[in-house]
Design a protein around this ligand. Structure first.
Ligand code: HEM
Length: 441
């Protein structure tokens, strides 16, 4: 039987060492058609090929090895997905098999053991950034974002996990966790006291102004889920939603303004549209926003060219799956390179250029149905904050360009604006953006 399978090496294994059933499994293992892989080094596998900006290095590797590429990161297999068809297979056709998130050292520590679920909107109820403690917490959240994107060698080569004790990473994670925990404790306490105060004064006036934390506390106290949330689980949910929503929207605003400064014609066209709708009034309504089609195109183009989370959220196969003719074994981690897909020359004309006009005559949207543009992911793990994120960024950008005229600081040619990226799970500008804002209204 084994010879019929056309693999005499396995037949030899069977006759010398193994009982037939084991030999058959080995044979089937070898008959698997795995996705193409670049050559690897002993122990580290392909780790050295990730570089400082993995979305860029993986894009160039995929040009050579194809849209489904299997890497070995230390001891872990990692499937890299770099075309819209392949992304559709993973996120739609086989989404049930790829819906799990892999366990990972640093995110686990930062998210209270990854003990959370994520379906509700975000709001802490007020601006914490105006206080000293709040400002420190914002700084800590920045460090938090960087730590999430950091490469944790122990995750891939367990025998090297000790390295983090000496390179300062463990203590940095510990310190950040402690500081963010203090901030979240303060937020929960404040909301609980407010709730207690309201109950004692029998006030109903603020009943309709509940924020996200209020709702969590209410669900917990009234046990509407049938069980109480541990304090840590509550903090993990708040942190999950808060961190998922703030860093990403900030990135879109930052890159959007950078591209507008770099492309003054686009800026002027956008200003003309927004000012034509607002007619000199500073407030912008939802009805106004509906008329601003170029604004929506500018934001789409920003998210195409500067996909805020270039490698989407990591996923893991929970069973053996056949994808595009290749066998993807159970427990393979999956990275979808949404950034590379959004710059694929087979899908986009002049993909490296910032041209919002491309969206004016196209129905391509980013709600997870058009796989050539998936900055929010798609399928079961699609970002639950899309509409909220879009309302916030559209309004913020419209207000900025309505109220001010913008130019680059003296002596800087817009074409030469520095667009270097920083390192992290969400990609930001490496250097802060400087612009001269002159009031228009
Ligand atoms: C421009 C802004 C945003 C972008 C680009 C973005 C992008 C993403 C991406 C790529 C994912 C992972 C999808 C995947 O794994 O395939 C994600 C997940 C998530 N996002 Fe967003 N997001 C944004 C804003 C928001 C906002 C405003 C919120 C909340 C108010 C939010 C809440 C979440 C949550 C809770 C998850 C985790 C979902 C899960 O693991 O199942 N996001 N987002």
């Amino acid at each position: 039987m084994l010879a019929n399978a056309g693999n005499s090496r396995h037949a030899a294994i069977s006759s010398v060492n193994c009982p037939p059933i084991v030999a058959l499994e080995l044979c089937q293992e070898h008959m698997k058609k795995l996705p193409p892989s670049p050559p690897k080094l002993p122990i580290i596998g392909n780790l050295h090929q990730l570089g400082q900006f993995p979305h860029r290095s993986l894009q160039s590797l995929s040009r050579k090895y194809g849209p489904l590429m299997l890497l070995e990161l230390g001891s872990k297999p990692m499937l890299v997905v770099s075309s819209s068809n392949a992304a559709c297979q993973i996120l739609k056709t086989h989404d049930l098999s790829f819906a799990s998130r892999p366990k990972s050292g640093i995110p686990d520590k930062l998210f209270y053991g990854s003990n959370s679920f994520c379906t509700i909107w975000v709001a802490l109820g007020r601006k914490y950034s105006e206080e000293e403690n709040g400002r420190k917490s914002i700084e800590n959240l920045k460090v938090f974002g960087e730590l999430l994107g950091i490469f944790d060698v122990g995750n891939y080569i367990p025998s090297l996990a000790w390295v983090n004790r000496f390179n300062g990473l463990d203590s940095k994670v510990k310190k950040t966790v402690k500081q963010i925990d203090g901030f979240l404790e303060g937020v929960i306490e404040e909301h609980m006291n407010k709730r207690k105060g309201k109950a004692e004064s029998h006030s109903t006036s603020e009943a309709r102004c509940q924020d996200f934390v209020d709702i969590l506390i209410e669900i917990n106290e009234e046990k509407t889920m049938g069980f109480a949330l541990e304090r840590d689980a509550m903090k993990a949910i708040i942190l999950d939603v808060f961190s998922a929503g703030s860093d990403t929207t900030h990135s879109v605003m930052d890159w959007g303004m950078s591209e507008l400064l770099k492309n003054p014609k686009v800026l002027h066209k956008l200003q003309a549209e927004v000012r034509d709708v607002t007619q000199g009034k500073p407030e912008i309504t939802r009805a106004d926003m509906e008329k601003m089609q170029y604004l929506k195109a500018v934001i789409k183009e920003t998210m195409r060219l500067h996909t805020p989370v270039p490698l989407l959220g990591p996923k893991e196969s929970n069973q053996d799956v056949k994808v595009m003719g290749y066998d993807v074994p159970k427990n393979t981690q999956v990275l979808v390179n949404a950034w590379a897909i959004a710059r694929d020359p087979l899908l986009w004309e002049n993909p490296e250029e910032f041209r919002p006009e491309r969206f004016l005559s196209s129905g391509v949207d980013f709600h997870g149905l058009n796989f050539e543009l998936i900055p929010f992911g798609a399928g079961r793990r699609v970002c639950p904050g899309i509409n909220f994120a879009m309302s916030v960024t559209e309004l913020a950008l419209a207000k900025l360009v309505n109220t001010f005229n913008f130019t680059s600081p003296d002596g800087i040619n817009p074409n030469e604006l520095d667009m270097t990226e920083s390192f992290g799970i969400t990609v930001h500008r490496k250097f802060p953006l400087h612009a001269i804002a002159t009031p228009y209204l």
